[in-house]
Design a protein around this ligand. Structure first.
Ligand code: FAD
Length: 374
């Protein structure tokens, strides 16, 4: 008998699988990587992500996450600091994704690693998937949780944008997330558990120096260090753990899916500018909302319309903040140094918890996080 198939084992796919299994519909989850790996991500997890993870059975402290209490913005010689208006943490994505897939298995989902889906097409009332190995899998419902990667024939149709780069570093940092302006974009720098740090940049690939930064750890660190005095001093005490950064191209910031087709979750449904660091929370919440919609027999188009409307306001504000930081970084840093409340307000208003509550899918998210039926 065919069942729900979730393609992709990141936060969105794992959250969908856990919620479906708890609802008595254990799905098959197919993840192309043979072992859980690092993802291009700043690894900043705010209070929304922590609340959603707790509902899925994951306590960040128990996984060794580093508490982050302050944010500092820097551009040129300017810098501005503010206490975060909520609790936040830093945790390597490999640790988080492994814990989520473990919970999915415990809840009853079948999780297959090393199972890359090559294509999917509608077949009768369901879907037929072809794996890279040639195996064919039938699905009653299909959940697309492939993140930044489109499946052949089911592309998001979004025009590509930023280049995301990530570099794990050795050395130590204070419990602060630093948002460092640099040519063509910005980088986030924050501590990792057990020492070390994570440097993650979102850059315009057409900017001079960015192509070289994508090829070499040293070039990326130098590119970021040139953007501000703070970056220069912080990076001087750190050294790269890799020869070249991990990279993902064409990140379509601001994208929201509004059509039908398979159920799309996480970055397949909407991509919030990573400047505000709420992508993982949105991935988890969209997975929970999709699972609730599937359980209720809702069509995918209704779920997408609802999710898109629920996150539109927060995403617009996040886009505005990212645009200001890109186009007028010194002005933004100067304004925050005079009124730190600007930073705390923007941080609060781009959180999932601040997005409008009148939409039905938000209610579904709340239900499914608080009343796990395992
Ligand atoms: C530069 C940058 C910095 C960011 N910083 C932050 C941050 O600090 N905090 C935050 O909350 N968010 C951040 N984000 C956003 C966050 O990383 C994403 O929103 C989140 O990872 C989306 O989760 P997902 O499950 O949709 O996709 P992903 O995490 O990308 O997972 C998708 C999974 O699908 C698998 N897959 C892909 N194709 C196939 C296939 N054909 N078959 C089977 N499996 C497949 C992949 O291997 C992967 O495991 C950042 C993003 C960028 C680009």
């Amino acid at each position: 008998m065919s069942r729900v198939v979730v393609v992709g084992g990141g936060p969105a796919g794992a959250a969908t699988a856990i919620a479906l299994a708890r609802a008595g519909r254990p799905p098959l989850l197919l993840e192309r990587d043979a072992a859980v790996s690092e993802k291009v991500c700043g690894e900043f997890l705010g209070a929304d992500a922590a609340r959603l993870l707790a509902g899925l059975g994951i306590e960040l402290e128990a996984l060794g996450a580093v508490p982050i209490r302050h944010a500092v913005l820097a551009a040129g010689r300017w810098q501005a600091e503010a206490a975060l208006p909520f609790a936040a943490w830093g945790l390597p994505r490999a640790t988080l994704d492994a814990a989520l897939l473990c919970r999915a298995r415990e809840a009853g989902a079948e999780v297959r690693l090393g199972a890359a889906v090559a294509s999917a097409q509608e077949a009768g009332a369901g879907w037929q998937l072809r794996l890279g190995s040639g195996e064919v899998v039938e699905a009653s419902r299909l959940v697309l949780a492939t993140g930044k990667h489109d499946l052949r024939g089911l592309s998001r149709g979004s025009a590509g944008g930023a280049l995301g780069l990530k570099l794990p570093l050795h050395g130590s940092l204070p419990a602060t997330v630093a948002l460092l302006s640099c040519r063509g974009g910005y980088a986030g720098l924050q501590p990792r558990p057990g020492g070390g740090a994570n440097l993650c940049a979102a850059l315009d690939p057409r900017t001079p120096g960015v192509a070289a930064a994508a090829r070499s750890a040293e070039a990326l660190m130098a590119h970021v260090a040139r953007g501000s005095a703070l970056a220069e001093s912080l990076l001087a005490g750190l050294r790269s753990a890799l020869g070249r950064p991990l990279a993902v191209a064409g990140v379509p910031y601001g994208f929201r899916h509004r059509g039908g087709g398979p159920f799309r979750v996480g970055d397949q449904a909407a991509v919030i500018p990573s400047f505000c660091g709420d992508g993982v929370a949105m991935a988890l919440a969209s997975g929970l909302a999709a699972a609730a919609a599937i359980d209720a027999g809702d069509p995918a188009a209704r779920h997408h319309a609802c999710w898109s409307a629920a996150v539109a306001g927060g995403m617009r504000l996040a886009g505005l903040c990212a645009m200001l930081h890109r186009r007028a970084p010194r002005l933004l840093v100067g304004a925050v140094s005079i009124a730190p409340v600007l930073l705390t307000t923007a941080a609060l208003q781009t959180r999932l918890g601040a997005m409008p509550s009148r939409h039905r899918c938000r209610a579904l998210v709340a239900d499914s996080t608080t009343s796990g039926r395992s």
